[in-house]
Design a protein around this ligand. Structure first.
Ligand SMILES: [Zn+2]
Length: 405
């Protein structure tokens, strides 16, 4: 669900402690690997805790129990409980942390606020005599090429004429070893571009060196994930009737994929900023901070950007998205002031919530998906969402104002 390769390079995700060989029956989910959560896990006899925030983000040289984080590691190991972190890899996943936040606010038509590049893709182009086209497409498809969404074996072809001139007879053995076809004397044919075609063997035997030859071929194009390139090229060479097939490999430009930080979506009906803030307050778990808003309460909002956790690095993306309001956490004075000064009276407005509360809705979805996936495998597990609030703030006083002294 959360490939570690999707994590930002500064992040620390994956297994923090625990033996991968140990069976897992009970899993506790939490935002933070806080002491209260670890207590809850050990009391419930969890085998695994999955948290969003890393326990050890900065490098450490030891985990002595005399340090707070070292003590957590000791408690977990002694209690037979593993710890696993899915942080920025869960942020960018689709669905990910911000999808969950967007859904509890009732947003639909979600797209990433700042999209990651999709997995790198190549386009393989080759030129195949008519009779071998289906075989070459089959071979490429079997190697992982031609998958497009829910479609498989996608290819595009166009007819054309290949032409070449037979070179002088080659030295013995040249070009016969790599063809992969069992075939009488074909291996002694010239191995120049387009030089040997098993399907025209008899005809070719009549050809004189220096004679101009034209062949009906098809240009075949298929997409392939870049990491599958070696397998696809090997399959293509094996299936293609020519000893030296013409092959172009085109590296496609980076392109937005479904993953990325934050989400933008739409409310069913336009609503006032005040009503929207009330909706946010009701949808998220209770915190001392509650919901802070920057903008006129009567302003109308419908297009909404969200980012679970600290999102003030995304203001350019928020402005570019056309969002009326941005829901995130940990907004600081200067970035927030500058965004609002630039916006004048208009959008985007800001809604700031507690960091923990903004990421908490993700846990319920993880629980459902994990339980569902393990049920399907016939190995059901129990997954609970932690009931502990790990927001550090405990109370808040409204400041009633008065003369600034
Ligand atoms: Zn966070």
């Amino acid at each position: 669900m959360y490939d570690p390769r999707w994590a930002r390079d500064w992040d620390a995700v994956g297994l923090v402690c625990g033996d991968p060989e140990t069976p897992v029956r009970r899993v506790l989910l939490a935002v933070d690997p806080a002491p209260s959560v670890i207590d809850e896990a050990l009391t419930w006899r969890a085998d695994l805790v999955i948290t969003h925030h890393p326990l050890l983000l900065r490098p450490v040289h030891g985990v002595p129990a005399s340090t707070q984080k070292g003590r957590v590691v000791h408690q977990l190991v002694r209690g037979g409980c593993a710890l696993y972190t899915a942080h920025t890899n869960a942020d960018v996943a689709a669905p990910g942390v911000s999808d969950a936040l967007a859904r509890v606010l009732g947003l639909t038509d979600l797209v990433p606020l700042s999209a990651d590049d999709a997995d790198p893709m190549d386009k393989i182009v080759t030129f195949v005599p008519e009779a071998a086209v289906e075989k070459v497409i089959d071979a490429l498809a079997a190697s992982g090429a031609g998958e497009l969404g829910e479609y498989q074996r996608c290819a595009w072809t166009a007819a054309g004429i290949g032409t070449f001139v037979q070179g002088p007879p080659p030295a013995p053995l040249l070009g016969q070893a790599d063809d992969g076809h069992e075939e009488g004397d074909g291996g002694s044919e010239a191995a120049r571009a387009g030089g040997r075609d098993t399907h025209r063997g008899a005809h070719e035997a009549d050809r004189e060196p220096g004679e101009r030859e034209s062949v009906e071929e098809r240009r075949v194009e298929m997409l392939v994930p870049r990491q599958r390139r070696p397998a696809a090229l090997a399959a293509l060479r094996l299936a293609h009737p020519y000893a030296e097939p013409a092959i172009d490999v085109l590296e496609l430009a980076p392109w937005s994929g479904p993953r990325g930080i934050g989400r933008v979506g739409t409310l069913g009906t336009p609503t006032s900023l005040r009503e929207f803030a009330m909706l946010v307050a009701e949808a998220l778990p209770g915190t001392a901070q509650g919901v802070r808003v920057a903008g006129e309460p009567t302003a109308v909002v419908q297009r909404v950007a969200v980012c679970g956790g600290a999102g003030d690095s995304l203001f350019d993306a928020v402005r570019g998205s056309g969002a009326d309001v941005f829901v995130t956490a940990d907004l600081r004075h200067h970035p927030a002031s500058e965004l609002r000064d630039r916006a004048g009276e208009g959008p985007p407005y800001l809604v700031d919530v507690a960091h923990w509360a903004s990421e908490w809705p993700w846990l319920a979805g993880v629980a459902n998906r994990l339980e569902g996936a393990m049920d399907e495998l016939g190995r059901p597990i129990e997954v609970h969402v932690s009931t502990r609030t790990t927001d550090p703030w405990t109370f808040r006083l409204p400041s009633p104002g008065g003369v600034v002294r």
